[in-house]
Design a protein around this ligand. Structure first.
Ligand code: FDA
Length: 412
């Protein structure tokens, strides 16, 4: 059977793959994008509660984790949030800033998917859905590829944009990691990130009344020193981190933005510390009420500082009862600690089923940071989430997909 010749094969029609296809198509390259899913950009479609938090205006490489946190800097500087906003504006997609530089579509995430698929079509990019890769081998001047519908191709460049492992039912696969290993590239350990954390059943039992309670917190990771911290690059990834955002008690443990953020820094066996009234002098406030007469029940007084159900649970867990006037200052200090220095050891996370991203991936040491090309395999590129570059919650992961896809699209 004769081989069809193309310039660029992109595997994965997600955010990174489609951005790369548009840029390569713009340069006049003959581009084929294949995806084994039935629709392109499925994660874009469901992101941000259906409104896609498509970038963060404050993005820098410091918002990312990975063995080499500086790796992302080059692509992020060359294709910036402002560049993506300009693209969105050119397509007349209305957007708003929700909080902390996070930009969302006013209407629907589907507008971003349409913008990308229209962009590909306008540049002659061919998109083949429901199709995976059956075989891919290095050839003298590119790669020989067989698609799983039997099509044979010769491609000068192959761009791997297969994403991470999260949400397997939406097409996530480990294919990109396997391909990297086959070509001798290192893949760092992968784990679910931006994911709710779970508690053991005993603790869940004492906290079950709190399911559904949301509170603004400051949460801090407490990384254990260990062999993983031996190299400076890994140590920087495992620095203590603090986030001040919302937290939600669930039937399984903790969720909400603050907890999703800290989950990327947390490891099994480690504790996290949570201030549930950050910036508040809980002792001082309770003492003030006590000194003014202290007729209020303790949980009522505490319920003016944290949500009432939380106040009741804390007071019950600390086995304190009665009116404020009846307790000593030592007890008030204990309450202060229970509210603002709650140290808790999650037992696990909800895993890839609900994780927004995958931490780890194709090692950046083997990639050129300007082009995303594998330094030892000319013509092979890795972009987006498959790479060991993982952003915080808040639009950073899409910005990495756009920037890395754009960077590869200039040369592939
Ligand atoms: P992505 O996963 O988007 O695309 C990979 C594509 O490759 C998929 O279409 C898949 O089907 C295909 N594929 C995989 N294996 C294949 C194979 N073997 N053969 C062929 N095709 C294959 N980020 C953010 O910045 N703002 C947000 O609002 C959100 N919200 C959000 C919500 C939820 C529920 C999730 C799960 C994730 C987010 N994210 C996010 C993260 C964001 O979705 C993610 O970082 C990007 O989609 C990554 O883009 P990629 O193109 O790298 O992979």
């Amino acid at each position: 059977m004769s081989r069809q010749t193309i310039d660029v094969l992109i595997v994965g029609a997600g955010a990174a793959g489609m951005m790369c296809a548009i840029e390569a198509g713009q340069r006049g390259r003959r581009v084929l994008v294949v995806d084994h899913a039935q629709a392109p950009g499925e994660k874009i479609r469901i992101s941000g509660g259906g409104r896609c938090n498509f970038t963060n205006t404050g993005t820098t490489h410091r918002n990312f984790l990975g063995e080499n946190p500086h790796f992302a800097a080059s692509a992020l500087k060359r294709y910036t949030p402002a560049d993506f906003i300009a693209l969105v504006d050119r397509h007349g997609i209305a957007w708003h800033e929700k909080t902390l530089g996070q930009l969302f579509c006013d209407d629907s995430a589907k507008q971003i998917v349409r913008m990308l698929t229209d962009g590909m079509r306008a540049r002659g990019v061919v998109l083949k859905l429901g199709t995976g890769i059956a075989a891919l081998e290095r050839a003298s001047d590119g790669f020989d590829v067989t698609l799983d519908d039997g099509t044979s191709l010769r491609a000068s460049s192959v761009v791997v944009a297969t994403g991470g492992k999260s949400i397997p039912k939406m097409g996530a696969s480990g294919w990109g990691y396997d391909l990297a290993r086959r070509f001798g590239l290192r893949v760092t350990d992968t784990r679910p990130a931006l994911v709710p954390l779970t508690f053991e059943t005993g603790l869940l039992e004492t906290l079950k009344a709190l399911a559904g309670v949301a509170v603004e917190v400051e949460v801090t990771s407490d990384p254990a020193p260990g062999p993983r911290d031996a190299t400076p690059a890994v140590a920087s990834m495992r620095d203590r981190a603090t986030f001040r955002e919302g937290m939600l008690f669930t039937h399984r443990g903790l969720s909400g933005p603050a907890v999703l953020q800290i989950s990327s820094y947390w490891r099994e066996g480690e504790a996290i510390t949570i201030a549930m009234a950050p910036g508040e002098d809980v002792y001082g406030r309770l003492k003030g009420v006590k000194d003014a007469g202290g007729k209020q029940a303790i949980h009522t007084a505490l319920g003016e500082i944290v949500p009432r159900r939380l106040a009741e649970t804390i007071v019950a867990r600390e086995q304190i009862a009665g009116k404020l006037a009846e307790v000593g200052d030592k007890t008030l200090r204990r309450l202060d600690q229970a509210v603002n220095n709650w140290t808790v050891k999650p037992v696990g996370s909800e895993g890839y089923r609900t994780a927004e991203v995958t931490l780890g991936g194709v090692g950046t040491g083997a990639l050129d940071q300007r082009t995303m090309q594998a330094t030892t395999v000319p013509g092979l590129f890795f972009i987006g989430e498959v790479v060991d570059v993982t952003g915080w919650l808040g639009g950073y992961n899409f910005q990495w997909a756009w920037s890395s896809g754009w960077a590869a699209g200039q040369v592939c």
